[in-house]
Design a protein around this ligand. Structure first.
Ligand SMILES: [Zn+2]
Length: 367
């Protein structure tokens, strides 16, 4: 730094009384400036302070020279001091401007480097999920029934015993309740339970709507089963119901056969075996010829050639009594499809738990 006192004192005090001395004094100041410019140029903060030190409006070196050297200079020396000061100012300004451009260029360069996209790098791969096999099966089943005039309704998973049992002709102490042991909600008034089938929506729909009714009811249902390779405490079901003034057993059989062929393939044959459900009469188990062996017998069908697909039947007239439908004028059929079971059958899955373990190695097989 030039000695602060040097620019704070008058030239006359410094003994610079001739033009030569003045020129030499300015040359010294300029050399000092150049030296400092080099030492302060590497660090932005240091450079900032350097700029203020030289050009600050009040106490910057250039201002001090103006105040202390130029203003009080003698008449003879004033022109040369002014001239030298201007040269110094021009030099200082040019140097600072050059450095400013340099700093900006460096900043731009590093910003450009930061923003540069390397097109040769592999992109970020985001795994795209697929719909779960159960969801796919739901959609397939719904598609089949929607195409023949059914519509989808959904209902609560927490039900009252009335809708889950009584109105479906399963009174208390009825042995059919043993197969449908479920989970009860503790402390709820009226003893709510987790529905054991989606059949309660038969009742809830018929209570609200006049016939004809053609619905399917997809959803989760619950049983207090010990989990094994084909049972769980939760599974998926689609309940179906068709009620109108002229529905016959032929309509029932035709619908069942159409569904099985659509779902398992046109070559598959069906048969009905007598069965029992409290809310249908007559009731039937629907069997299909094994879609793996075509009926000749294999491991999947346990060598019988037939596979049990689902349970169904004509709506028990007793049920109509619960919803104020006239059993003399109306008839209909109902069925209950086990979605997990149908998916396992169609895709050759032996273990039910595989459907719920969320192992992507398993799920990826069903894109
Ligand atoms: Zn078979």
């Amino acid at each position: 730094m030039p000695d602060k006192p040097v620019v704070e004192r008058k030239l006359s005090e410094l003994g610079d009384t001739t033009p030569e001395r003045v020129v030499a004094r300015f040359a010294e100041v300029r050399e000092e400036f150049d030296r400092q410019a080099v030492t302060h140029s590497n660090d932005p903060e240091s450079w900032r302070l350097f700029v203020i030190y030289w050009t600050g409006r009040k106490s910057g070196v250039l201002s001090q020279i103006t105040d202390n050297w130029l203003k009080p200079a003698s008449k003879e020396l004033k022109p040369i001091v002014g001239q030298e000061l201007n040269k110094l100012k021009t030099h200082v300004e040019a140097t600072l401007e050059e450095k400013r451009k340099e700093i900006e260029a460096v900043a731009e360069q590093s910003a450009a480097a930061r923003d540069q996209i390397d097109l040769s790098l592999p992109g970020v791969e985001r795994a795209i999920g697929t719909r779960h096999l159960i969801r796919q099966t739901f959609e397939e089943l719904q598609r089949i029934f929607l195409s023949i005039g059914f519509r989808v309704v959904e209902g609560p998973e927490i039900e009252t015993p009335y809708y889950n049992f009584e109105a479906l002709n399963i009174p208390e102490h009825h042995p059919a309740r043993d197969n449908m042991d479920t989970f009860y909600i503790e402390g709820s008034r009226g003893g709510h339970l987790l529905r054991t089938h989606t059949s309660p929506m038969q009742i809830r729909t018929m209570e609200k709507e006049k016939p004809p009714v053609r619905i399917i009811v997809p959803g989760k249902v619950y049983r207090r089963d010990n989990p094994d390779s084909t049972h769980g405490y939760m599974f998926h079901q689609i309940e179906g119901l068709a009620v109108d003034t002229d529905i016959t057993f032929c309509d029932f059989k035709g619908t069942v056969e159409y569904f099985v062929r659509e779902f398992l393939g046109p070559q598959v044959k069906t048969r009905l075996r007598p069965s029992y459900f409290p809310f249908t009469e007559p009731s039937a188990e629907v069997d299909a010829t094994c879609h793996i062996c075509g009926g000749s017998g294999c491991r999947v069908c346990k060598s019988s050639g037939w596979i049990e697909v689902f349970g169904a039947g004509m709506v028990n007239p007793t049920v109509y009594g619960f919803v104020n439908y006239d059993p003399e004028k109306l008839s209909g059929f109902a069925f209950g499809l086990g979605v997990d079971r149908l998916a396992m059958m169609k895709y050759g899955i032996s273990e039910l738990p595989l459907l719920f373990q969320n192992d992507v190695r398993f799920l990826r097989q069903f894109p």
